[in-house]
Design a protein around this ligand. Structure first.
Ligand SMILES: *[C@@H]1O[C@H](CO)[C@@H](O)[C@H](O)[C@H]1NC(C)=O
Ligand SMILES: *[C@@H]1O[C@H](CO)[C@@H](O)[C@H](O)[C@H]1NC(C)=O
Ligand SMILES: *[C@@H]1O[C@H](CO)[C@@H](O)[C@H](O)[C@H]1NC(C)=O
Ligand SMILES: *[C@@H]1O[C@H](CO)[C@@H](O)[C@H](O)[C@H]1NC(C)=O
Ligand SMILES: *[C@@H]1O[C@H](CO)[C@@H](O)[C@H](O)[C@H]1NC(C)=O
Length: 355
């Protein structure tokens, strides 16, 4: 009985791997329209993949090039998994025949640049995974044809520059993951077309400045993560301009300069009903030196004391000066009154003496 079962299994397995049109090393599941070629030591794309395949898994291989028009026999693909390969070159038009493709995973590869030709034909793509590659710049044309994209993951690349209009075709984008890159500043206009964006993750960059209008177009934003960057201070307007129903902000792990201005900005931000500073209690000061390492929440009452004292001193000085002036004035008036009285008396006398 067991032997028969085993025999059956073996036959089935061999049928699967040797059935016509299935590359050796792949598991072609015609019934499910899956072709699984994971961990098959491929150094190039397999040439024999059943045309009905809708999910092609080529993860964990050693593929290094995706040539132009390479998927011309598997045009029904909906999911293409190429993560964990050695891909450094994606030729122009590599995916241009995959008009039904919805998910493309290219994470954990060696990609340094993607030109406009990369996205040609990918008009149905909803999810693009590009994390753990070596991209340094996002070009305004790289993602031009991704009209349906909803999730873009660029985590852990070396992105320093995002050209204006890089995301301009992405009005349906809901999640943008840019954490663990090398961004240093955020310029107004970078996210200008992202009206549907809900999650913007910028954690783990080197961001030290953000232009005040940069988050303004993000009308659907629910989570903005700027933790672990190089912000020392922030501008109230930058966050006031986020016009949503509710947005959660993450800001810890930045080298905050804890002064009265910062305290005021945070006090105002916390009073905005639609903003939630989820990790406010975790924000720590890096400067001034005597506050280094302190939690902002523990010192924020004191930050404006110096200024309060100055204001108090000025107020008191002004009051004293005013009082003194009034007193002097009063005195002078009295003295003048007295003198006037004498003059009148004298006048009286003189009047009399005139007679
Ligand atoms: C697919 O492309 C290859 C190489 O570009 C080519 O040799 C082949 O003829 C093409 N097949 C079809 C069906 O277009
Ligand atoms: C990966 O690609 C590089 C060239 O980009 C090549 O030098 C290296 O040998 C490849 N590694 C493997 C395991 O194929
Ligand atoms: C983005 O990529 C990272 C690293 O590969 C992964 O851990 C994370 O789950 C991805 N996030 C999304 C939302 O796809
Ligand atoms: C990014 O990934 C590399 C490995 O690919 C790792 O060494 C590095 O620590 C990661 N960086 C961050 C910030 O996660
Ligand atoms: C604050 O920091 C603690 C300890 O590092 C951590 O467990 C907690 O999740 C953080 N809270 C938030 C809201 O990030």
């Amino acid at each position: 009985m067991k032997l028969v079962l085993l025999l059956l299994l073996v036959t089935e397995a061999s049928c699967r791997s040797h059935s016509s049109g299935c590359e050796k090393g792949c598991d072609c599941r015609g019934d499910l329209k899956f072709t699984i070629c994971s961990r098959a030591s491929f150094t190039r794309l397999p040439s024999r993949v059943p045309p009905i395949t809708e999910l092609l898994d080529l993860s964990d291989n050693w593929i290094s090039i995706i040539p132009e028009r390479t998927f011309n026999t598997t045009r029904k693909l909906r999911v293409l998994l190429l993560q964990n390969n050695n891909i450094s070159v994606v030729e122009d038009g590599a995916f241009c025949q995959l008009e039904f493709l919805q998910k493309l995973d290219l994470s954990w590869n060696q990609i340094t640049t993607l030109s406009e030709g990369f996205s040609i034909g990918l008009a149905s793509l909803r999810e693009l995974q590009l994390s753990h590659n070596r991209l340094t710049t996002l070009d305004s044309r790289t993602f031009r044809h991704l009209d349906s994209i909803q999730r873009l993951n660029l985590t852990n690349n070396s992105i320093q520059t995002i050209q204006m209009r890089s995301f301009s075709s992405m009005s349906l984008l809901r999640q943008l993951h840019l954490q663990d890159n090398q961004l240093t500043s955020l310029r107004s206009g970078t996210f200008s077309m992202l009206h549907s964006l809900k999650v913007l993750n910028l954690a783990g960059n080197q961001i030290s400045e953000a232009e005040t209008g940069v988050f303004k177009p993000l009308a659907s934003l629910t989570l903005l993560n700027i933790a672990n960057n190089q912000l020392t201070t922030i501008c109230f307007k930058t966050f006031l301009s986020i016009h949503t129903y509710s947005t959660h902000l993450l800001l810890e792990g930045n080298p905050w300069n804890c002064d009265c201005d910062l305290q005021r900005v945070f006090r105002k931000l916390r009073s905005i009903q639609r903003l939630f500073l989820d990790d406010y209690y975790n924000l720590t000061c890096s400067s001034p030196p005597d506050l280094q390492g302190y939690l902002l929440i523990n010192v924020d009452d004191e930050l404006c004391i110096a200024e309060t004292v100055t204001v108090l001193i000025i107020t008191i000085t002004v009051i004293i000066t005013l009082l003194a002036a009034m007193l002097m004035g009063e005195r002078k008036r009295r003295r003048r009154k007295k003198k006037g009285f004498h003059w009148t008396q004298q006048g009286d006398f003189s009047d009399e003496s005139d007679y």
